[in-house]
Write a protein that binds this ligand. Structure first.
Ligand SMILES: [Zn+2]
Length: 217
């Protein structure tokens, strides 16, 4: 045991009960929210399915709220045990995405928050899996000046809330066949479907799946 752990014993990220290492969940709090499942995408959308790891209640709810609205970036470490579960699932079903695409936040939100919580939750884990993290989607909210966009991007800008960054797509080493979109919370699925449809325009042959940490649905 380190001296710091004696002076300041590690406690559960949610309830404050004793745990072995800092940033860990106690078994009770973890089991209460853990709910790994797969939802099939609609026949008419580009999204094949959505993997969800937890319910948006208890410790997950406070964790995501703290990350998004209280600036507590370090709480994103709490996603680790859920993602470890998904690592096992991927190995069981022999699933390896060619690229992982985070759902972006708009430029104005990034200026206020300073970061995208989706990056904090998933990026390190994705790199550990030796998968390619490619933030090729841009979220529009009118804050991105039209003059900064190419002609093609402007056309997309009129159509929907997301657009694909042409320069980033051009720098991809290969055309992806398996794309995994990641986001923090699933509610109606509309965001994920829109992101999948946007990506499908560029990669018509790709299989597109999604992964979210929690579901509030
Ligand atoms: Zn607890």
């Amino acid at each position: 045991m380190r001296i710091w752990d004696i002076l300041c014993p590690p406690t559960c990220v949610h309830c404050g009960n004793d745990v072995y290492t800092q940033g860990e969940w106690c078994t009770d709090c973890f089991q209460k929210v853990l709910h790994e499942r797969r939802i099939e995408g609609s026949r008419y959308s580009s999204l094949e399915c959505i993997y969800i790891l937890a319910d948006y209640i208890g410790g997950i709810k406070t964790m995501l709220h703290d990350i998004k609205f209280n600036g507590k970036k370090e709480r994103a470490l709490g996603a680790a045990p859920f993602l470890q579960r998904f690592t096992i699932t991927c190995s069981d079903i022999h699933y390896t995405p060619d690229i992982v695409v985070p759902i972006p936040i708009s430029e104005s939100k990034r200026q206020i928050r300073g970061y995208n919580q989706v990056d904090l939750l998933f990026k390190n884990w994705v790199i550990q899996q030796q998968w390619c993290w490619e933030d090729i989607l841009i979220k529009l909210d009118g804050s991105k000046p039209m003059w900064t966009l190419t002609k093609e991007e402007r056309k997309q800008n009129m159509k929907g809330h997301f657009l694909v960054s042409i320069s980033k797509v051009k720098s991809l080493v290969a055309v992806p066949g398996e794309i995994l979109i990641v986001d923090d919370i699933y509610t109606t699925g509309a965001t994920l479907v829109e992101a999948a449809d946007t990506l499908k325009n560029y990669f018509p042959r790709a299989n597109i799946k999604a992964l979210t940490l929690a579901s509030g649905a």
